[in-house]
Write a protein that binds this ligand. Structure first.
Ligand SMILES: Cc1cc2nc3c(=O)[nH]c(=O)nc-3n(C[C@H](O)[C@H](O)[C@H](O)COP(=O)(O)OP(=O)(O)OC[C@H]3O[C@@H](n4cnc5c(N)ncnc54)[C@H](O)[C@@H]3O)c2cc1C
Length: 508
C-alpha cells in the first residue's frame, strides 16, 4: 500500500492524519475532442519495429524449435484479452511470420461451479473477447472459442489443426499455472510451449527471482529495469499467411446465455468492456483526473483515480500502455504521475511477485511469521461487534460508511481504493477469527468487484487482514500488531457524511 495511505487513517498518532481534507473538486470540461488518444497510440505503434525482449519469454516444455511441417501456430490467450499492446501475441506473430505459418488464437472457456462465476464478470470478459475476435478477422488471424478446461481441450485442438507451437501469456495464480502444467504434460514432446509475460511491464521472473518482502524491496529492482522494458509496442499487423482451416464464427450472445452464471450479480453501467472502452477511460483520466491524483486520491468523494483496474484485470488494457501514455501526456502534472506510476507499476507488479512466489497467497499461512503470531495471540480477544458473512454481504452493520462502501461494491462492482483498506480491516475486527475475516473479505471482493479474482485483490486482502508487505504497529486488541484503521481517521480524511448519504444502502 502507498506510504501516505498507510499513515492516513490508522491511528491518532499517524502523521498523515493531521493533514487537512482536500477541497472538493469542481466539474471540468475536456479541452481536447474525445478519441485523440487512440489516434496518437496508433501513430506511436507505427513508428517502432521493436521485437519482444527475450527475457519476457520462458520455455515451459523442453523443446524450443517449432515443429517442422506444421500448419499453423497458436497463441493460447489466458490473461491478456487484447490484440494490440500484447507481447505474447507480438511474439507469436513474429514466430509465425518467420516460419511462414498461419496464426491462430484460442481462449478456453470454462465456468467453474462457484459463487464467483457471476454474470458481471463473464459478460465483461465475453464482450471484451467479441472485440478481440472482430479485430482478429480484420487481421486474418483465426480466433477460436473452445469450451472446456485447457488441459482437456487444447491437446486435441493442437493436433487436429496441425499446430507447431503454443505461445501463451502469464498469470501467477493457481488455476492458470495448473492449466499450463497440465498442458505441458499432455502436449507432444516436439511442440514447444512458450510463455510470455504480457501483463507486467518488467516480467515477473526478471523483476525478482524470490518473494519480495515489501514495496521497498522490489521498487529499486523494477525502477532499474524500466528503461529496458517500458518501451513502445510494435503493431500487430494483418497476418500474411491464411489458414486453410478457418475458425468457426462465435455467436456471442448465445454463448453468454448458455453459461451457468449467477445473474443476481449483474453487469455494471460505468465500465464498458473491451480495449476501446479501456482506452477511453485512460483518455478521460489523462484529461480530467490525473491532475488531481496527487492531492485527492485518498478521497472517495473525488474523481481523481484512473478507474482502470477492470480493464487491466481482464487484459483489455495493457498497464504498460497506460504507463507510457500517462508519462507522455502528464508532463504538467509530475506530482501526480509519480504516485500513479508507483501504484500502476510497483504496487501492481509486487502483487504478481507475491502470488507467483507464495503458494499460500490467499490464506493466513501466506502471512509473515510475526503477523501469524500476533493474529493467533489475539484470536480469542473479545470482539465488540460480531457479524456473519450474510450480515456483511447485505451491508447490515452499525457503520454507515462501511455499509455504503459494501453497497457500492455490490451494486456498481467497485469500491474506492482507500475504502477498500478500511472495509477489509473492519471485517477483521467484526468476525470471530482472522481466517474467517480473510475468507469473507476475499469472497465478497471476488464476487462483487469487477476487478476481483486478481493478484491485486489477494494482496489487498492479505495486506489488510494479515499485514502482508506491511510492518508491525502498536499492539491492540483483535488486530495485535496489524495496522488498525478507524472511522475517526476517515472523518479527518474526507467528507464521510457526503459518502454515506450517497451510498448508504436503501436495501440489498
Ligand atoms: C482489500 C483490498 C482489495 C483489493 N482488491 C483489488 C482487486 O480485486 N483488484 C484490483 O485490481 N485491485 C484491488 N485492490 C487494489 C486497489 O485498491 C485497486 O487496484 C484500485 O482501487 C483500483 O482503482 P483504480 O484503477 O482507480 O486505481 P488507481 O489508483 O488509479 O491505480 C492505477 C492502477 O494501479 C494498480 N493499483 C492501484 N492500487 C494498487 C494496490 N494497492 N495494489 C496493487 N495495485 C494497485 C491497479 O491496477 C490500478 O488500476 C484492492 C485493495 C484492497 C485494500
Amino acid at each position: 500500500m502507498p506510504s501516505d495511505k498507510r499513515k492516513a487513517a490508522s491511528s491518532a498518532k499517524a502523521p498523515g492524519a493531521k493533514k487537512q481534507k482536500p477541497a472538493p473538486l469542481k466539474d471540468e470540461k475536456r479541452e481536447r475532442p474525445e478519441g485523440w488518444l487512440q489516434k496518437d497510440v496508433a501513430k506511436q505503434r507505427g513508428e517502432t519495429d521493436l521485437s519482444c525482449n527475450q527475457k519476457r519469454i520462458r520455455f515451459i516444455a523442453d523443446t524450443q524449435k517449432i515443429k517442422q511441417g506444421s500448419e499453423g501456430l497458436l497463441y493460447w490467450m489466458m490473461r491478456d484479452h487484447r490484440i494490440q499492446d500484447n507481447w505474447a501475441l507480438i511474439h507469436a506473430q513474429q514466430l509465425a511470420v518467420e516460419e511462414k505459418l498461419p496464426l491462430h488464437i484460442c481462449v478456453c472457456l470454462h465456468v467453474p461451479k462457484s459463487e464467483l462465476s457471476t454474470l458481471r464478470h463473464y459478460s465483461f470478459m465475453l464482450k471484451g473477447l467479441e472485440e478481440v475476435a472482430k479485430e482478429c478477422k480484420e487481421l486474418d488471424i483465426q480466433f477460436h472459442l473452445l469450451r472446456g478446461v485447457p488441459g482437456e481441450v487444447l491437446p486435441g485442438f493442437v493436433s487436429d489443426h496441425g499446430l507447431g507451437a503454443v505461445v501463451t501469456d502469464f498469470s501467477p495464480l493457481r488455476t492458470p499455472l495448473q492449466a499450463l502444467e497440465s498442458l505441458r504434460k499432455s502436449l507432444p514432446e516436439d511442440i514447444p510451449l512458450i510463455q510470455v509475460d504480457a501483463h507486467n511491464i518488467v516480467p515477473c521472473w526478471v523483476a525478482s527471482n524470490k518473494l519480495e518482502y515489501a514495496a521497498r524491496t522490489i521498487r529499486g529492482k523494477i525502477t532499474k529495469l524500466l528503461p529496458e522494458f517500458l518501451t513502445d509496442f510494435p503493431v500487430v499487423r494483418k497476418h500474411s499467411y491464411t489458414a486453410t482451416r478457418p475458425a468457426k464464427p462465435v455467436d456471442w450472445s448465445k454463448t453468454l446465455g448458455s453459461l451457468q452464471l449467477d445473474g443476481t450479480v449483474g453487469e455494471v453501467e460505468w465500465a464498458q468492456p473491451g480495449t476501446a472502452a479501456g482506452s477511453a477511460m485512460l483518455e478521460s483520466f489523462i484529461d480530467l483526473r490525473l491532475k488531481h491524483f496527487a492531492t485527492h486520491r485518498n478521497d472517495p468523494n473525488s474523481a481523481a483515480l484512473s478507474q482502470l483496474s477492470p480493464w487491466i484485470r481482464f487484459g483489455h488494457l495493457s498497464a504498460q500502455r497506460a504507463a507510457l501514455q500517462v508519462q507522455r501526456f502528464g508532463k504538467n502534472f509530475s506530482q501526480s504521475v509519480a504516485p500513479f506510476i508507483e501504484e500502476l507499476v510497483v504496487r501492481r507488479e509486487l502483487t504478481d511477485n507475491y502470488c507467483f512466489y507464495n503458494d499460500n497467497y490467499d490464506n493466513i499461512k501466506g502471512a509473515y511469521e510475526w503477523a501469524q503470531k500476533t493474529l493467533k495471540d489475539h484470536a480469542k480477544d473479545k470482539r465488540e461487534y460480531l457479524y456473519t458473512q450474510g450480515d456483511l454481504e447485505k451491508a447490515k452493520t452499525h457503520d454507515k460508511l462501511w455499509n455504503g462502501a459494501q453497497y457500492q461494491m455490490v451494486t456498481e462492482g467497485k469500491m474506492h481504493g482507500f475504502l477498500r483498506m478500511y472495509w477489509a480491516k473492519k471485517i477483521l475486527e467484526w468476525t470471530s477469527s482472522p481466517e474467517q475475516a480473510l475468507s469473507i473479505a476475499l469472497y465478497l471482493n471476488d464476487r462483487y468487484s469487477l476487478d476481483g479474482q486478481d493478484p491485486n485483490g489477494f494482496v489487498g486482502c492479505m495486506w489488510s487482514v494479515c499485514g502482508v508487505h506491511d510492518q508491525g504497529w502498536a499492539e491492540r486488541p483483535v488486530f495485535g500488531k496489524i495496522r488498525y484503521m478507524n472511522y475517526k481517521g476517515c472523518l479527518r480524511k474526507f467528507d464521510v457524511a457526503k459518502f454515506e448519504t450517497k451510498y448508504c444502502p436503501k436495501k440489498l
